[in-house]
Design a protein. Structure first.
Length: 327
């Protein structure tokens, strides 16, 4: 439904910045995460899709029709899409329900009221209806902004760093809200986030950007477990990398330059293939421990899901069950 063919956008001040030669498709109802390090072109890509930036080259279509750029429309931004940006764009001194209702036309006042009530109920903010925006917390404001964005039933919701204002608890809640909304309303959601966990937990498909280029894409589980690039592995997980000579000392034979291992691939168990390591440090992480293990001067990490089981300095038998090779 959204299609980009060889799309490039370069900013005149810096011709290396922006995005280059991006081709992709997004299906109706998909939850998409655009992930990449800072400056990789995530926001640029989002604005191109919305139509608030025009490409220098290539073509963008929505349901088969050209996406008009900012110079082709009186009010830039596609009519069937809504962008929820980091500055919530709320009327601070108006009440919550007024902020939400103001998105709808006055043609049918009764329907307008009902839709606004339904939307507040859906997002769990009904009890805030009569409060003014200035009286709300950042997380509550974010929900009102989301209600405003989706009350007009856009086909596509674009989110630029939607969790930036939220603490850990609210973030988890808001993630769940978004996932539910996508499912319940069938909205296509395209989210830009610098936190890979957002993409891994929410997205049906991830697009990985590096230096303005789309270097890989796919379902989160596939991209996480079989990244094509070191960059992606570094971005998505707590992967650690060993040069092949060090990997050899761990019992891993590889012709590639680097071996990449996720801590969860390191198993603490004794088999014919296990090697002895010393627990150099234990980092408590709540429901699990991150163990720093050392063998012949080389350090690796392991996940221990039974905190308290091991002591610092203890020797343990370790099997590295899986690794990936990169040149
Ligand atoms: N209006 C602009 N004028 C000039 N250069 C720009 C402009 N907007 C973005 N850029 C440059 O284009 C590149 C990509 O920027 P973009 O904001 O798309 O990246 P991003 O991945 O969203 O970054 P971040 O995670 O830091 O928000 C960066 O090098 C940035 O400096």
């Amino acid at each position: 439904m959204i299609s980009l063919k060889s799309v490039s956008k370069h900013y005149s001040v810096d011709l290396t910045a922006g995005v280059s030669d991006i081709s992709l498709t997004i299906e109706k109802g998909q939850f998409i995460a655009i992930v990449g390090e800072s400056g990789s072109g995530k926001s640029t890509l989002l604005k191109l899709i919305f139509g608030t930036l025009a490409p220098n080259e290539g073509e963008l279509t929505f349901n088969g029709e050209h996406i008009p750029g900012p110079h082709e429309k009186l009010i830039p931004g596609h009519d069937s899409m809504k962008m929820l940006s980091q500055d919530f764009n709320l009327n601070l001194y108006a009440k919550v329900y007024e902020n939400i209702e103001s998105m709808l036309s006055n043609e049918n006042v009764q329907e307008k009221k009902q839709r606004s009530l339904d939307m507040m109920a859906l997002l769990g903010i009904s009890e805030l209806a009569e409060k003014r925006i200035v009286e709300l917390s950042g997380g509550e404001q974010q929900r009102v902004a989301l209600a405003r964005a989706i009350i007009t039933r856009p086909e596509v919701l674009l989110l630029d760093e939607p969790f930036s204002q939220l603490d850990a608890v609210l973030k988890t809640q808001f993630r769940a809200d978004l996932k539910k909304l996508g499912n319940d309303l069938g909205i296509t959601i395209i989210m830009v986030s610098h936190d890979p966990v957002d993409g891994l937990t929410l997205a049906d498909k991830m697009f990985i950007l590096k230096d303005g280029r789309l270097i890989e894409s796919g379902e989160p589980v596939a991209v996480y477990n079989n990244p094509l690039h070191i960059y992606t592995a570094r971005l998505l997980g707590n992967a650690f990398f060993l040069p092949s000579d060090e990997a050899k000392l761990m019992g891993i034979r590889s012709k590639a330059q680097h071996v990449m291992i996720y801590p969860e691939w390191v198993q603490l168990k004794s088999t014919w293939a296990s090697k002895k390591y010393e627990i150099e440090e234990i980092f408590f992480r709540g429901f699990y421990e991150d163990l720093l293990l050392e063998r012949k001067g080389i350090r690796i990490h392991a996940v221990n899901t039974k905190p308290g089981m091991y002591k610092k300095g203890q020797g343990v038998q370790v099997v590295i069950e899986r690794w990936l090779e990169f040149d």
